[in-house]
Design a protein around this ligand. Sequence first.
Ligand SMILES: [Zn+2]
Length: 63
Amino acid sequence: MNLNHIKVCARCNLRYDWRKSPSSMKMTYCSSLCEKADLGFTVEALLRYERATPEAEAATPAV
Ligand SMILES: [Zn+2]
């Protein structure tokens, strides 16, 4: 086992292999749940939201 890949989650203190973390901040959190719980959002969701905003405005009829 290569300990270089083992990180301790900033949220739950679980030891995990950061290469296998589904979090977008995989070096910090063991999972996207911990990322979301700690930050209040996920980076992935934030990027999706920012991308979606102009389209949402364009779809709204200007009355
Ligand atoms: Zn965690």
